[in-house]
Design a protein. Structure first.
Length: 373
């Protein structure tokens, strides 16, 4: 009975998101921001541009896989590149269809990577599994914060340049200045978050948590549920902090992930730029670099279904700071969303076929919703 209720809740939530997507797009149509003809003409008349966008999207995900593979090596996870690629493609394909797709993608990717790690080098021992999970969590964490941080840093730099140059595309300089400060703060914060682990109090905290966990394990109440739960939390946190600290020992080793993050940032903006060209419109590339981070953040929010609705609404809002036609923004966003959905779903399907045997055993060993504790 509980399972049936859970399925009904999921279906109702999905239905609500689909209705929300349709409602947002209908609203954009009513106020004159949605021109479906522009969207359709892009696929009918600009096939070369469409092909170039597809190429950029594939290159983006490949660079993302290279970065994750490098970070996994940095935290001493020995796995094959093909397995990382398969897990990444599949999780990306699944995540694209869910509200809050960025979070869903990371959850599935974490689960698949844990399963692969268990299969390759770790046993079923609790402490070893905790170490494995903490290493994968740290790799995914650095991957995400470096990616988002670099996007906001680049965006704020471009924004400062346009403000100082008195660019005519800037519609509301005062609001853009505030957005620039926010973008700069977010970018610096994301890039600095991992390095907090090097602070003395973090080392002391990890040692304290580890000691506390050992006492609970050997204590009289070690078999109680509460004791076991607290032990898992302390062990996981201590392992994460220690792994993060060790990963950041070699600062030079983090240069490559930062360069890859910068490349991905530029390519994501290029994809949006080419999407505008595919509908025979133009959006300044620097403007896209400034605002794409905020449109990507909409992927964290449960707005709409499969990227439709919420992302276009967010794009209209942030691009409104510049002299850019809202109709152009919405049509460009729809083209990019549709191509990303098609490309990543296709790549995920191919990956599931090629690596089905390896990943099937990973799924059996670890549910995609597997938690860090």
């Amino acid at each position: 009975m509980g399972l049936i209720r859970s399925k009904i809740k999921h279906l109702l939530r999905l239905l609500f998101m689909v209705i929300a997507s349709i409602g947002i797009l209908w609203l954009l149509k009513i106020i004159g921001f949605l021109n479906l003809q522009l969207f359709l003409d892009a696929f009918k008349q600009n096939k070369i541009r469409i092909a170039s966008i597809i190429s950029v999207l594939i290159f983006v995900v490949v660079l993302g896989i290279v970065k994750l593979f490098y970070l996994l090596k940095l935290v001493a996870i020995n796995t094959k590149f093909s397995e990382v690629a398969g897990a990444s493609f599949i999780s990306q394909a699944i995540g694209q269809w869910f509200p809050g797709s960025m979070v869903v993608t990371d959850v599935f990717r974490f689960g698949l990577m844990v399963g692969i790690g268990k299969k390759s080098e770790f046993s079923n021992d609790f402490q070893e599994n905790s170490i494995l999970k903490s290493r994968i969590a740290v790799a995914l964490f650095i991957d995400r914060v470096f990616g988002l941080g670099m996007m906001f840093i680049v965006g704020s730099a471009c924004s400062i340049f346009l403000i100082l140059a008195h660019d005519p595309n800037v519609k509301y300089p005062a609001i853009l200045f505030l957005l620039t400060l926010l973008s700069l703060i977010i970018g610096i914060s994301f890039l600095l978050i991992p390095f907090v682990a090097h602070a003395i109090f973090m080392n002391k905290l990890s040692t304290y948590l580890e000691t506390k966990a050992q006492r609970l394990i050997s204590g009289k109440k070690k078999n109680s549920r509460l004791s076991q739960f607290i032990t898992r939390i302390f062990t996981a946190l201590a392992s994460i902090l220690k792994t993060l600290d060790q990963a950041l020992m070699n600062r030079r080793a983090l240069i490559n992930p930062l360069i890859l993050s910068l490349s991905i940032c530029l390519l994501n903006s290029l994809a949006f730029y080419l999407s505008a060209l595919s509908i025979s419109r133009h959006i300044p590339f620097l403007v896209i670099l400034i605002l794409v981070p905020f449109t990507i953040l909409s992927m964290l929010l449960p707005l709409g279904f499969a990227g439709y609705g919420g992302q276009q609404l967010m794009a209209v809002g942030v691009f409104g700071l510049f002299e850019v036609n809202p109709e152009t923004v919405v049509a460009s966003s729809l083209v990019l969303t549709t191509l990303a959905l098609a490309v990543y779903t296709f790549c995920g399907g191919i990956s599931a076929g090629l690596w089905s045997n390896r990943l099937r055993s990973a799924v059996k060993k670890s549910d995609p919703s597997d938690s860090i504790i």
